[in-house]
Write a protein that binds this ligand. Structure first.
Ligand code: SF4
Length: 205
């Protein structure tokens, strides 16, 4: 059954399929472009995201945005979402049941977004897409896998990079891999030169 983007948003905003609906302020659906060649999938909204109803707008999101800006990504190039659309209390990891309850909505979102490349930010997203709970991000990051016609690249969640800034270069390199692949596929124009990795730390507010 075909569904429009506005009907999908309405479904999300009225969803009560898991207990996270009881504690949310806002359902956090996406930011970026509705239809985009590259989709990023994180874990779940934090406090700032819950307040604003937008994903990846807190400190970790600002770090991701800093790296995307430096690699010349513009809003039309990406769509950012999460495994769950409502904030898990105390920013805990979503339970398997919560992730499973939200999976259908994420599946619809992917169909509507029509990405060619999906970037999985962190272990929770990787586990949802592959069923693999034991993989170590250090071993699987930065290499594409193909699934259901999508090119999928796992990498670190930017919140992990905030806590381990010495690993920032790995997330930076992975975003570069995504950019190069997008260029190869004709999804993005090449940059005029090689960008430098931003080293500043985004403010916490
Ligand atoms: S997290 Fe997902 S499944 Fe749970 S209430 Fe929110 S939108 Fe529905």
């Amino acid at each position: 059954m075909k569904i429009s983007w506005s009907d999908f948003v309405e479904q999300c905003n009225t969803c009560e399929a898991c207990p996270l609906s009881k504690t949310r302020k806002n359902v956090v659906i996406y930011r970026g472009n509705v239809v985009a060649p590259i989709m990023f999938v994180g874990e779940g909204p934090g406090a700032t995201e819950d307040e604003q109803g937008l994903p990846f707008v807190g400190q970790a999101g600002r770090l991701l945005q800093l790296l995307l800006d430096a690699q010349g990504f513009s809003t039309k190039d990406f769509h950012i979402a999460n495994v769950v659309k409502c904030r898990p209390p105390e920013n805990r990891v979503p339970t398997d049941a919560e992730a499973a309850a939200c999976k259908k909505l994420l599946g619809t979102q992917i169909l509507l977004c029509k990405p060619k490349i999906i970037v999985l930010l962190g272990k929770t997203a990787y586990t949802l897409f592959t069923g693999d709970k034991n993989a170590k991000m250090t071993q699987i990051r930065g290499a594409f896998i193909e699934k259901n016609g999508y090119l999928i690249l796992p990498t670190f969640h930017p919140a992990y990079i905030l806590r381990n800034n010495n690993e920032r270069v790995k997330l930076w390199k992975d975003i570069e891999i995504v950019r190069k692949k997008a260029e190869e596929m004709g999804l993005m124009e090449p940059l005029p030169g090689a960008p430098d990795m931003p080293t500043e730390r985004p403010s916490s507010k």
